[in-house]
Design a protein around this ligand. Structure first.
Ligand code: SAH
Length: 358
């Protein structure tokens, strides 16, 4: 996160205005990095009272199946060494708590690591997961393995950069000021070199997003897992084939808002582009499974059987359990937009759930 320019005790918007007045228009990614850092640092954004709701907050079934997925994979890999279990951006710690509860009966005793920048969310996570070790970024994760890394709705929160095809060629989208308002402006530097041949030919007006922060984290973790043995499980909304167009969105109290008007007050996200992340993992020597649709993956892992067990234990909750199941798997809800991809070290077995269906 770039915080080279000293912060005073001021709002996010005020800081960004001073930064742009001093340095001129800044890249969209830098704007997003500052805005999201402040946003997460100051609040618990999750749940019906907050700004958005994630899969683990919808139903315990989500984290439970991930827990069994992890324990099964570790067990089939030999299950002898202590597992380092890492979660990136754990929110309220709900997913990890469900992972551990579901896999309690498995003979594993993983060491927990949580990568989290927000002091507010760290405090909530420590309450739920008292033994977990916190990390501000991935650089302090252990060098011993094996290691499984879980990331649900983490990569979408990392800053995205946009390249736009103008009449003068490809340029970076930057955030400048017009009458004290944040506006998108195109930069002056040519940016063709960041695009593939096919992308350069896209019509004038096209926006292509690139994800330097996500790529950097994925590359480092892929190399680490290749060396230590283990797996990386990525669940997020996004696209598997190269796409174009802006996917930047801002959400506040479950409603879309303008991404530039309230920096630090709204959750800013962009769809994850899975293809370059898969390439980075393969380059590091990992085998890549998926991306598949979240609905297919959860169904292949047995979410329906889990739903029947929960319903049998609490028949009065049958309707709400069924409604939450639908939210997670149905193609018009989270089932299709959300994708699941795993990158696994070459000495580990095939992970469960990656069946391909038409
Ligand atoms: N995985 C959780 C929360 C998703 S919200 C869930 O599914 O419910 C995004 C999470 O990532 C939050 O915990 C946020 O504080 C954290 N986060 C965002 N940017 C981060 C960064 N650059 N480094 C570490 N954590 C980050």
């Amino acid at each position: 996160m770039s915080h080279e320019f000293a912060r005073a005790d001021e709002t996010t918007a005020h800081y960004l205005i001073r930064l742009i007045e001093r340095e001129g228009p800044i890249s969209l990614g830098r704007f997003l990095g500052v805005a999201n850092h402040d946003y997460y640092a100051s609040r618990d954004p999750l749940g019906s009272e907050g700004d958005f709701t994630t899969a683990p907050e919808i139903s315990q079934m989500f984290g439970e199946l991930i827990g069994l997925w992890c324990a099964d994979l570790w067990d089939r890999a030999g299950g002898s060494d202590t597992l380092q279990l890492v979660e990136l951006g754990p929110g309220r710690g709900t997913l990890m708590a469900d992972v551990l509860r579901a896999a309690k009966a498995c003979a594993w005793d993983p060491v927990l690591h949580l990568v989290e920048t927000s002091p507010k969310l760290r405090a909530i996570q420590s309450g739920v997961l008292p033994t977990a070790v916190h990390h501000k970024d991935i650089s302090t994760l252990p060098d011993t393995g094996p290691m499984i890394v879980i990331a649900n709705e983490f990569f979408d929160a990392l800053p995205v950069e946009q390249l736009v095809h103008t009449a003068d060629g490809w340029r970076q989208n930057r955030v400048g000021l017009e009458r004290a308002r944040f506006v998108l402006q195109s930069g002056h530097e040519p940016m063709e070199h960041l695009l593939g041949i096919d992308q350069r030919a896209l019509p004038v007006g096209t926006i292509v997003e690139i994800h330097p922060a996500a790529a950097q984290i994925f590359e480092v973790l892929s190399r680490k897992i290749a060396a230590l043995g283990g797996a990386l499980l990525l669940i997020d909304y996004g696209y598997a084939l190269p796409g174009s167009g802006s996917t930047l969105q801002a959400v506040r109290r479950h409603m879309p808002v303008n991404p530039l008007t309230e920096p630090g007050q709204a959750d800013l996200t962009a769809h994850v582009n899975f293809a370059p992340l898969a390439r980075a993992a393969r380059k590091a020597g990992l085998s890549v499974h998926g991306p598949v649709e979240q609905g297919q993956w959860l169904t292949a892992l047995g979410i329906e059987a889990r739903m029947r067990t929960l319903t049998a234990a609490a028949p009065e909750k049958t309707d709400s359990i069924a409604a939450n199941h639908r939210r997670l798997v149905h193609v018009t809800e989270m089932g299709r937009l959300f994708k699941v991809m795993a990158a696994v070290s070459s000495d580990w077995p095939e992970p469960a759930g990656f069946v391909y269906q038409d």
